[in-house]
Design a protein around this ligand. Structure first.
Ligand code: C2E
Ligand code: CA
Ligand code: CA
Length: 654
């Protein structure tokens, strides 16, 4: 059968494909599963088209060409034809971002028809499956129709797959699959009727164009200031590396991520102006780009650069080179400046397995570096990883305890040295987690402050205190408890609506506001002094009093006592303990006590564990004692019993 084929459609398709290919190859694309498969797909489609045209020309001129040439060209066409349909499926399959066993199943199912097709293609020269040559002439083989079933099989697989992963695959991609299937079916139907005109590549070209147009604009991956990858590019790179090392293992599994954070970036803006700052960022970007190479360097936020390094050994060199470079100055002429950085290094797969893990650990390491001072490099280590893990676990335990209302409140007696009895209690929150056991508030309160859950904890503690007061203290005047001291965190004090979170609870339980004393640390006073003054005025007018907590630790000093209407000062236990074994601390504390007494503000001293300590404090003129000597923090019933017995004994003694 000698047919003269018309391949005009193929030529037109080839031209379009070449243009798309050139554009794809020359525009900077961040490599990902999608771009890799797309690159292979477009190459395969181009080769399929070229061999199709070549075989038409060859067959038309069979008389002048050795048969073997036509056989090889036709064979190549069939190989690529099979490959193209398969790669189109692969392209859709990577959109589904699958993992684990279901991923393996999809790949096996999806590859099966392709493998079968290629086996038949390879056998064809021997058994004449798709075609055979006789006397230089091309004839369709007994399995020629298999080719149609093959593409139809992939249409079905494509459609089934997008239905299966409809939650993950975007609308645009679904539309592409539908349009592609419709166009390709139409092409095949036409091809079936008009056998003389070749249109195999038209369907391919249409799908390539659609995919390419729908592909992410590569500029969306580039940071406008430094012209290197941005946050999206970094996340895409990390994700794609994590996926690959799980499945196909195209890449070496190990890699390191170096994060460089410029400290006090906002000063840079003020100091240099935006333009000069951008020039410096560009310098840093190109310096890192030279070190790290294409697709490995990112400016992923205003003050942060990231370098991905493919080998751990090389990452050490790069880390040192970055460190050395930052010892020197940046910028131009009179605008030169030495930048202070914090650097974090983490390794895959040892340190993280998922993107959230990577980000969590990175931020943790940067915080550690930040704490370590200027130009600190913090490399992840098993010790830091443990610390990070512990922190995560505690944060989770806190979240769980909030959800399940599992916080408990203990009460610690406060003893009046003048009245010789217990007159108030401090409410102290307790957390006992099923897995972690007892967690000290010193550990979880700072974490809760960081992620804002302290607000919920504060609300729980207040509600619990009020319930306790209503049920056990208000109705029981003989107990002798006048006030309850409740700790307020900095975050609570920063809230505009502090009063609205407190007063309704007091009303609900009919608690006189004068029974509540709120303890705040200097942190709250420093952070938002005006707000704090407003809170103290508003709540003070209702009758609630305020105590300055942790006095003597940190920077708390008399100036706060002048600026804010504190009705009580609590001296921190660390200072008290220092007093008993350090003469210098003695001088300091005695001075402070004298000053506070002159200001006529009642004084509480924490951490008193022995009678002698209490006596010394009494001589110094302290008013109240809170310490294990007069009672540890206790659950409410135990505390009530303790107070009753203690005060009864005191009365008898008197
Ligand atoms: P703080 O406000 O300084 O509370 C006093 C701490 O000293 C309590 O520790 C108490 O158990 C401990 N303490 C008192 N007397 C002695 C003593 O004689 N010896 C020893 N070794 N320790 C003594 P706790 O309960 O572990 O609380 C630690 C910190 O956690 C508190 O320090 C406070 O800053 C914070 N905290 C506790 N509960 C809450 C709360 O409900 N809200 C907020 N925002 N913070 C809380
Ligand atoms: Ca306190
Ligand atoms: Ca304290």
């Amino acid at each position: 059968m000698r047919v003269q084929y018309n391949y005009d459609f193929e030529i037109a398709s080839l031209i379009v494909m070449v243009i798309v290919f050139l554009h794809f190859a020359f525009v900077r694309q961040f490599p990902s599963d999608k771009t890799r498969v797309f690159g292979m797909l477009i190459l395969s489609c181009m080769f399929e088209c070229i061999f199709n045209i070549a075989s038409c020309i060859g067959l038309a001129n069979a008389a002048h060409i050795p048969q073997i040439v036509n056989e090889v060209v036709t064979f190549a066409f069939f190989v690529f034809e099979g490959l193209s349909s398969y790669l189109i499926f692969c392209y859709f399959a990577v959109q589904g971002e699958m993992r684990g066993n279901s991923k393996r199943l999809v790949w096996i199912l999806g590859t099966l028809p392709f493998a079968l097709f290629e086996i038949f293609a390879i056998l064809t020269p021997f058994i004449g499956f798709f075609y055979y040559f006789w006397d230089g002439v091309y004839y369709q083989g007994f399995g020629a129709n298999f080719g149609y079933w093959y593409v139809i099989c992939y249409f079905v697989l494509n459609l089934a797959y997008i239905a299966f992963r409809r939650k993950v695959i975007g609308k645009r991609m679904k539309l592409i699959v539908l349009i592609y299937t419709a166009v390709a079916v139409a092409m095949i139907a036409m091809q079936y009727r008009v056998r003389g005109i070749l249109m195999t590549s038209v369907g391919n070209t249409i799908v390539l164009l659609m995919i390419y147009l729908a592909m992410q604009n590569p500029n969306e991956m580039i940071d406008a200031v430094t012209d290197i990858g941005n946050e999206s590019a970094l996340m895409q790179q990390i994700k794609s590396r994590l996926r690959q090392t799980k499945g196909l293992k195209l890449h070496t599994a190990e890699f390191a991520v170096i994060t460089v954070r410029i400290r006090k970036m906002h000063h840079l803006n003020a100091l240099l102006g935006i333009e000069n700052r951008n020039a410096i960022l560009q310098d840093i970007g190109s310096f890192l780009y030279k070190l790290g190479g294409k697709f490995h360097v990112f400016h992923n936020s205003g003050d942060m650069f990231t370098v991905i390094v493919d080998s751990v050994d090389r990452s050490r060199e790069i880390r040192d080179q970055i460190y050395d470079r930052f010892q020197k100055d940046w910028g131009v002429q009179q605008n030169r400046i030495v930048l202070d950085i914090a650097m974090a290094v983490q390794y895959y797969p040892g340190d993280f397995k998922t993107v959230p893990d990577y980000i969590g650990l990175r931020n943790f390491l940067l915080e550690e570096a930040e704490r370590a001072g200027a130009d600190a490099v913090v490399e992840s280590s098993s010790e830091l990883a443990d610390k990070f893990q512990r922190r995560n676990k505690v944060e989770l335990a806190v979240a769980k305890a909030i959800r399940e209302q599992k916080f408990q409140v203990y009460y610690q007696p406060i003893y009046s040295l003048k009245e010789k009895r217990i007159v108030s209690l401090e409410a102290l929150v307790r957390l006992c987690d099923e897995e972690l056991g007892f967690i000290s508030p010193d550990e979880f309160i700072p974490l809760a402050e960081r992620d804002g859950s302290i607000i919920s904890i504060g609300a729980i503690v207040l509600e619990e205190c009020c319930r306790f007061l209503a049920h056990h203290v208000l109705s029981n005047a003989s107990l002798g408890i006048r006030t309850i001291q409740v700790n307020l965190s900095v975050a609570q004090c920063m809230r505009q609506d502090l009063a609205e979170t407190i007063l309704p609870v007091l009303e609900k339980y009919h608690i006189p506001p004068s029974m509540i004393a709120l303890e705040v640390t200097e942190g709250a006073a420093i952070t938002t002094p005006e707000q704090m003054q407003r809170h103290m005025k508003e709540l003070g007018e209702m009758g609630i009093t305020f105590a300055m907590d942790d006095y003597g630790s940190g920077n708390a000093n008399c100036s706060y006592l002048i600026r804010f209407p504190f009705r009580e000062v609590k001296i921190d236990k660390e200072i008290v303990w220092a007093y008993f074994d350090n003469p210098a601390a003695q001088v300091v504390l005695e001075n402070e006590i004298r000053t506070i007494r002159k200001l006529q503000i009642p004084l509480v001293v924490e951490g008193i564990e022995k009678i002698e300590q209490s006596q010394i404090m009494e001589q110094l003129g302290v008013d109240y004692i809170q310490g294990y000597y007069y009672g540890k923090p206790m659950p409410e019933q135990a505390c009530l019993r303790h107070v009753r017995q203690f005060n009864a004994a005191a009365e008898n003694y008197a």
